[in-house]
Design a protein around this ligand. Structure first.
Ligand SMILES: C[S@@+](CC[C@H](N)C(=O)[O-])C[C@H]1O[C@@H](n2cnc3c(N)ncnc32)[C@H](O)[C@@H]1O
Length: 265
């Protein structure tokens, strides 16, 4: 479907590369701003970029044009016909993204990479297994980008479900927050790799940085202390509630939650 493309998108280098590609690729309109925001800084760098899902090959050419000659572009695809793109200088690996052994073999051969973009089959299992196996092999400063995450809301993908990719991504948010001293809500391995998670329309991006994924605790700057009263509990009965009765403490938060409910509709 060819719509009128807004000028701010039409002028983006990634959009120009998309249009220049000699073979078919379909991308959502909103992705071009997201790609630009996430990927512009890697252009003309010696990076290893992996795309899961090749289909007609169009996006491989788009990435090569966008990242430039120094980039190593690798495609992963279940359909063996994709091997034909090797003649154009791409490295192609045939296998299923939901097969954990495939990824073991892949990283044994390739080593760590800079960016992985998952545009494969988009099922919960494919997206979660891919993220689980790939995150430990992404270099610091690198990204895992998962595309078409709207499938987490679609019945034909078995969703909504507690085990959708979006629900899994929210778990990673818990993991990040569990690095804060005293918060023990999640203990998955990703806690040591993922510095941040960004949610865009139909795209989730995990920024990998082991150096930044550190346990966190409050530190003071050493400046003069005035013992100023902290007003955060002012105008509430919270102080009384906390100190006088456990029941009132519980009740206070029950009432708060009822008031907040309208923001969750
Ligand atoms: C959306 S298309 C990829 C489009 C391409 N990235 C583009 O932008 O032009 C999805 C591709 O993922 C492949 N695919 C589906 N399930 C897969 C799996 N389990 N492992 C690897 N690739 C898979 C399909 O064969 C198909 O070629």
């Amino acid at each position: 479907m060819n719509k009128k493309i807004p000028l701010d998108i039409a002028n983006l280098p990634i959009y120009k590369s998309f249009k220049k590609s000699p073979y078919n690729s379909t991308k959502h309109l909103s992705y071009f701003h997201t790609y630009s925001e996430l990927l512009n800084k890697y252009r003309d760098k010696k990076i290893t970029f992996v795309e899961v899902g090749i289909l007609d090959g169009g996006s491989l050419f788009m990435w090569r044009d966008f990242f430039g000659k120094k980039a190593r572009i690798i495609g992963v695809e279940f359909n063996p016909a994709a091997k034909k793109w090797e003649k154009d200088g791409f490295e192609i690996f045939i296998g299923s993204q939901s097969d954990e052994k495939f990824w073991d073999h892949f990283f044994k051969k390739i080593g760590s990479v800079d960016i992985i973009l998952d545009d494969g089959g988009h099922t919960n299992e494919q997206q979660i297994v891919t993220a689980h196996k790939c995150i430990p092999f992404i270099k610091d400063g690198g990204l895992l980008i998962v595309e078409d995450t709207h499938t987490s809301y679609m019945t034909k993908f078995g969703n909504p479900s507690n085990y959708s990719f979006i629900e899994w991504s929210k778990k990673i948010v818990d993991n990040i927050n569990s690095r804060c001293q005293g918060i023990s809500i999640s203990e998955l391995i990703y806690k040591r790799y993922v510095h941040s998670v960004r949610f865009f329309e139909s795209i989730v991006c995990f920024e990998i940085d082991r150096m930044k994924a550190i346990d966190s605790l409050p530190i003071e700057n050493g400046g003069e202390v005035f013992n100023t009263k902290d007003f955060k509990l002012k105008n509430t009965s919270l102080e009384n509630a906390i100190f006088k009765s456990r029941y009132r403490f519980w009740l206070y938060f029950r009432l708060q939650n009822l008031k907040l409910k309208r923001f969750f509709r």
